[in-house]
Design a protein around this ligand. Sequence first.
Ligand SMILES: CC(C)(COP(=O)(O)OP(=O)(O)OC[C@H]1O[C@@H](n2cnc3c(N)ncnc32)[C@H](O)[C@@H]1OP(=O)(O)O)[C@@H](O)C(=O)NCCC(=O)NCCS
Length: 162
Amino acid sequence: MAAFSVRPALPNDGSFLADMVVEAANWRSGGIRPRPTVLSDPVCRGYVAGWQRPADRGVIAVDDGGRAVGAAWYRLFAAGAAHGFVAVGVPEVIIGVTPLWRAQGVGRALMQALADTARTAGFSRLTLSVEHGNFAETLYRSEGFTVVETHAGRDTMVRSLR
Ligand SMILES: CC(C)(COP(=O)(O)OP(=O)(O)OC[C@H]1O[C@@H](n2cnc3c(N)ncnc32)[C@H](O)[C@@H]1OP(=O)(O)O)[C@@H](O)C(=O)NCCC(=O)NCCS
């Protein structure tokens, strides 16, 4: 298995996080939503705009040359501003891994590191949103997320950090 390590996300990782929002929006094989189209969507843009705000935290997977290959991060949102909103004070997770690095354990390592980060920051739950049919839902279930709402072809999933 290829070697990678995980480090905290930094303020200058915003552009890579935007890349990962585009990957997440194009999760279907053959997905072709261009970057400008994805990032002109207010919800997608809201996942990265102004990174890194004070409560934003993330983790970056890097290869042995220090190049970013995946990211998971969370932000706090107001009601209606993101797909996975459940309550004020419950951060929403976004995750993406570059295509060549998928199915090699990067996504799971990022989810686990981000949960540790959120727990340390004092949060008791995490939320996320996943479109129906995305195998990522299996990963989320195995990391303790359960479906709390289904709407418009998406599941909102929440996990406890306690
Ligand atoms: C979803 C994603 C973040 C998962 O990251 P990853 O590094 O590929 O996942 P991992 O290698 O850690 O695998 C996690 C689990 O998913 C399973 N899995 C990985 N790729 C899979 C695939 N193509 N089909 C089905 N299951 C798969 C693995 O079997 C693994 O389970 P295991 O540990 O029991 O073997 C990544 O594939 C990705 O960025 N996909 C495109 C963007 C996306 O969908 N983002 C999420 C939007 S909600």
